[in-house]
Design a protein around this ligand. Structure first.
Ligand SMILES: Cc1cc2nc3c(=O)[nH]c(=O)nc-3n(C[C@H](O)[C@H](O)[C@H](O)COP(=O)(O)OP(=O)(O)OC[C@H]3O[C@@H](n4cnc5c(N)ncnc54)[C@H](O)[C@@H]3O)c2cc1C
Length: 479
């Protein structure tokens, strides 16, 4: 397995085309605007080598029998599902968003879907996926997952769009591979990953079959360009978390990109676009739960500390105690759905384990909606200091330092500097540009709430509940 230094060195061997703020990035590992994203992914490599996290971070590959990062592992038991959930929480309570579990979710969804396609159509996708899996595990790679297309007019299907390239599509096929054109609109961490795994974003009709496509390519493949946002708030001295850890998102433009057949996992078999989308969503929503529980840990800790530093003991002052209990309830209730989803996970015909979809979707829905309640409690409890504290540089001006430290003190025994650090952390993760990022990724990352509600209604056994009440009321005779 790679060390974080080796991960960064491996990025130097790649030459992706990345634009940020109108500039072409010369060297991704040396670009300050991407550094928090590189740091967050580095953490996944560091933690895998820490003896105390071994049980959670390391798994045994079922294809090679070797130890691999759990982030690249195919779940072979319910315990694997649970450990994946714990791992995402562990990583995200430090990094905020560690991105790399997306690779795990894509590999697992491709594992079960390629197996299904081969079984039903006699194709050869699954053996290719196994080769790819081995390549990713042995090189300990990080991939980004490009699923979300630009989509254009939301009320139209891909083939109905005025511009046919608003969803990524196959524009050519030959004996060597396929050629793809179009765009994937939102891809976390893309510039500082090794490869792109492309997945379809929705179920497709027969007329959309060119859009039913999945494959993997190197990040610097010919014809691939990225337009990226910065990762976190790297230049902001007050950004307690996101000057160190954060994620960039990029648009990826595909301009007639060639993909050799050995890297193609779906090419026009349109009924399976929906299966793949659904499988990915189920795995990924479990990751989203763990990830946001990690963020929740920071919010709970910082909110309780802020109240305490303000002089209001969170165990003793009634309304603060109530609010912290609410905060804990939000975080642990969506996390509990993740635990249930793992415990009730099932083996697929391919032999891997998939989370229970109803609990995975409910947990993801709860975290997406309650993030706003969590932020509200943090803001109400902390006071205006959350967004109004002087910049760290101002606190260092010799003529101001002593007075600012005096006036910004609350509890007598807590230095102002400590109170400000907690306030800045809460501002950073709940009320800054990054706070906004965390609320939007919570509600939309992994799918919109409506997508989750639809999936709950599809998978929940409503008929069984209806027949239960028919039996209770005698509308239907019991046996
Ligand atoms: C920070 C962040 C990181 C992300 N990272 C990744 C990533 O790494 N890889 C990736 O592939 N994706 C990523 N995503 C994308 C994410 O999966 C999408 O944002 C999500 O699926 C919603 O899609 P959308 O943004 O196109 O919104 P839309 O689909 O436009 O949704 C907006 C609203 O319109 C509604 N709507 C949409 N279509 C219809 C319709 N036909 N009929 C009725 N209502 C409709 C939705 O329910 C929603 O309420 C990320 C998103 C964020 C915010």
């Amino acid at each position: 397995m790679k060390t974080s230094e080796e991960y960064i060195e491996s990025l130097r061997k790649l030459n992706p085309t990345v634009y940020i703020k109108g500039n072409l990035v010369e060297s991704v590992p040396d670009e300050p605007l991407l550094r928090p994203g590189i740091n967050a992914i580095s953490l996944t490599y560091d933690y895998a080598l820490k003896p105390e996290y071994r049980d959670i971070m390391i798994a045994t590959s079922h294809i090679t029998g070797k130890e691999v990062s759990r982030l690249l592992h195919i779940n072979t038991s319910k315990d694997d599902l649970l450990k994946k959930l714990e791992m995402t929480r562990l990583l995200c309570r430090t990094a905020g968003c560690a991105q790399r579990y997306l690779t795990h979710d894509a590999l697992n969804s491709l594992y079960e879907t390629t197996h299904k396609i081969d079984n039903e159509l006699n194709t050869q996708y699954h053996p290719r996926l196994l080769d790819y899996l081995q390549h990713v595990q042995e090189k300990d790679l990080t991939t980004c997952i490009a699923m979300t297309d630009a989509k254009g007019n939301r009320s139209k299907r891909p083939h109905e769009q005025q511009d046919p390239d608003l969803y990524l599509r196959i524009v050519g096929k030959n004996s060597k591979g396929i050629v793809v054109r179009g765009v994937k609109a939102i891809v976390t961490g893309a510039p500082y990953t090794h490869e792109i795994i492309v997945l379809p974003t929705r179920a497709m009709t027969e007329n959309d079959k060119d859009y039913a496509v999945s494959f993997a390519i190197p990040i610097d493949a010919k014809g691939v360009e990225m337009v990226s946002r910065q990762a976190g708030r790297p230049e902001d001295s007050g950004a307690e978390l996101t000057s160190r850890y954060g994620q960039a998102t990029a648009m990826i433009l595909f301009d007639d990109v060639f993909v050799p057949w050995e890297r193609v996992f779906l090419a026009g078999e349109r009924p399976y676009a929906g299966s793949l989308t659904e499988a990915f969503a189920t795995h990924h929503r479990l990751s989203c739960i763990g990830c946001r529980a990690g963020l929740g840990d920071m919010i709970i800790g910082a909110t309780a500390t802020m109240a305490d530093y303000n002089g209001l003991d969170p165990q003793k002052v009634g309304h603060i105690r109530e609010k912290i209990a609410e905060l804990i309830k939000f975080v642990e209730s969506f996390y509990a759905c993740g635990v249930a989803s793992s415990v009730f996970g099932k083996e697929t015909p391919a032999g891997n384990f998939s989370p229970d979809p109803v609990y995975a979707n409910i947990g993801k829905l709860l975290q997406g909606l309650h993030i706003y309640d969590m932020f509200k409690i943090a803001h109400e409890t902390s006071g205006g200091i959350l967004v109004t504290s002087p910049y760290p540089e101002d606190m260092e001006v010799p003529s101001l330092k002593e007075r600012l430290s005096r006036y910004l003190k609350a509890r007598e025994d807590i230095p102002a500097d400590h109170r400000l650090k907690i306030a800045r952390l809460l501002e950073d993760i709940t009320a800054s540009y990054q706070g906004g990022w965390y609320s939007v990724i919570s509600i939309h990352g992994g799918g919109s709430p409506e997508a989750e509600r639809m999936e709950i209604m599809r998978k929940y056994d409503l008929d069984e509940r209806r027949s239960l009440v028919e039996k209770i009321t005698g509308i239907r005779k019991t046996d």
